[in-house]
Design a binder for this molecule. Sequence first.
Ligand code: NDP
Length: 281
Amino acid sequence: MPKNYRAELTGVFGDPVDGNPTGAMEEAGFRARNLNYRYITARVLPEALGAAIAGARAMQMKGFNLTMPHKVRVIPFLDGISEAARAIGAVNTVYRENGRLIGENTDGKGFVEALGMVGVSLDGKRVALLGAGGAAKAIGVECALAGAAKITVVNRNRARGEELAGAILKNTVADAEYLPWEGAASIPACDILVNATPVGLGSGEKPDIDYTGIAPGMVAADVVFNPEWTAFLNEAKSRGATAVTGLGMLACQGARNFELWTGERAPFDAMYEALKAEFAE
Ligand code: NDP
């Protein structure tokens, strides 16, 4: 039989994109499953997004990720988007279905799965979200869709916080509210506390909240994945909370993308190890 040298293409479009570690994780997955797939980390300027999508169609890419600044502006270029991506208002993953490009948002689904991996279900839970940006939106909507009873959004910017609480009320059956974040915010009554701000990224800083509100039995989760063990998580753990890292969320999200693109079960451990290796000192 003649050899087949043709590779299936996946990748990420963004700007900046140089420090994006997703390719190392996805390619480790392709190797582990012996798939002739590649993941291309491509710098695409905002004005070139339409051309990049046309190129993806021309090359019959299996799918691709979107990162800053394309997650919202990609939507008009696609053939359809999932209900969850519509509620979140952003797409981070595109896959091909019968030749059509479909937008999905796997950030929040990755979060829900990372909780599941430590045995935490969202059913009937109260979630407090610090932040109301892209990551918070995806997490808030998906936690509500996964059965959370109430989502409390704590954010500095009122308009963004109210918008997220409103989107959850409109698109899910969960209760939702916005609380302003001024000074060392007290933690609202909750079972799961999420840092969905970039505070702690590449630093020892932690969100300005009153940590005495963390009680044993609570779950604390961070979206920040570098360092994996942030000051927020270490503080929460020292107060008896179960900690869920942003790196685990990123790996779960990557595994979902792998499955959408290849149709095969993701080799989670190989992908998670490859991701960890990228951040090892
Ligand atoms: P956005 O810029 O969309 O939102 C940032 C949010 O954080 C805003 O609500 C902002 O508040 C708030 N914020 C920023 N700085 C502070 C501060 N000093 N104190 C209080 N609130 C603050 O960012 P994203 O949501 O896209 O990304 C947030 C983080 O999530 C990034 O570090 C990103 O790398 C990470 N991420 C991780 C993923 C994973 O899989 N682990 C997936 C996606 C993102 P305000 O509205 O008041 O300005």
